[in-house]
Design a protein around this ligand. Sequence first.
Ligand code: 6PG
Length: 480
Amino acid sequence: AVANIGVVGLAVMGSNLARNLASREGNTVAIYNRSREKTDQLLADHPEAQFVPAYSYEEFAASLAKPRTAIIMVKAGAGTDAVIQALTEVFEPGDIIVDGGNALFTDTIRREKAVRETGINFVGAGISGGEEGALTGPSIMPGGPEESWVTLGPILRSIAAVAPDGEPCVTHVGTDGAGHFVKMVHNGIEYADMQLIAEAYDLIRRGTGKTPAEIADIFAEWNTGELESYLIEITAEVLRQVDAATGRPLVDVILDQAGAKGTGAWTVQTALSLGVPVSGIAEATFARSLSSHPEQREAAASLPGPDEDFRVADADAFIEDVRQALFASKIVAYSQGFDEIRAGAAEYGWNIDLGAISKIWRAGCIIRAQFLNRIADAYAETPDLPVLMTAPYFAEALTSGQAAWRRVVVAATQAGIPSPAFSSSLAYYDGIRADRLPAALVQGQRDFFGAHTYKRIDKPGTFHTLWSGDRTEIEAEDTH
Ligand code: 6PG
């Protein structure tokens, strides 16, 4: 038993993670894959790495020092259950099984419960950063039992991305499914961020007539300011890319139907169950769905839009407005995402440090950005902040950006350019800050047709109006 860590599943993510582990001092990495070709290939390609190949689960277990620690890197779903089953048969109490795939957090809660029965520790860990991140340093979001962190912590800290202040981008998020829950919300925020950037690009292109290459320069410029982030950076790269076959901008020859593997939908489904309004993430997810129905889009293409063509009078002023609208909407998306984590923690009994989450997203993951330091500051100052965007830095940005934000949403609406993430974020902003909402009328309607009752602003209790009788008000049982 010479290895201190093992990896099961050697597709790209798994082999890159295994190489990352092997590259750190003190690590010897046991590797196992269902078919031996991938194992042999990894060994042949990387003779420099401290790998111990195993060709059966028994061999894999025998090559690991105790407590045995193995990271599963297989496609989320039934395959994960099969590997967990196989490992529990060869591992012993105290050993640690880590699932590094994009598992649904409720699956992780179920698996943790089942594996715990055997005395083995099960840790669901969200890993973000794609293939490159797995190799050079991802952001890691482990859940699972606290005691597993003693063994796992130093190993994961050794391979995680490092934030600008030198802190590794990994923390023990909370028990059982907490890590995968947080990774899920990370992906939801990723969807919102991407959609907002896409809407900004579309508005600038259609409003100013600038080319993708010119817009790439705008994004590159934005990347030097408060919007600085990996997603803005890669957007500039994608927009600058020219298609070799046609000589056209690549973005113009890519089919405009966005795919999705499901983590955005999970974020929204979970938010709906928790009653958390993640409208920006939801609109971003729906925007992908809308794009992916060519038959409906073809049928609807004959419906009219505005009569006049859209062209802004002052391109520079409009671009600055779009930048501010993007920043304001981004603040809303993150505020909503952190709200979902807060609500999930309350529902599932996790003690999640929201500031620590923002810190481990500063490097390695897809949504990495300077901006996350501001979120960390906000939670450091007020740990139980009810709405992230009310923290002073964000409130100031919203105060100075809201006029531009409104102008952009008005312009988009008048021009017939869909901007669901921009406009829903603004609607959320106006809704949450409103003194009074028409929810009062909805309560009246509910009481009218279903005797669902309402509360009053001027006295305690629950009330019902006898709508089909003499319309007097009576005290009623609270039915919500
Ligand atoms: C990450 C990414 C990663 C993956 C997404 C893509 O954090 O490294 O989020 O998990 O690229 O699952 O999701 P879609 O295919 O749904 O866009």
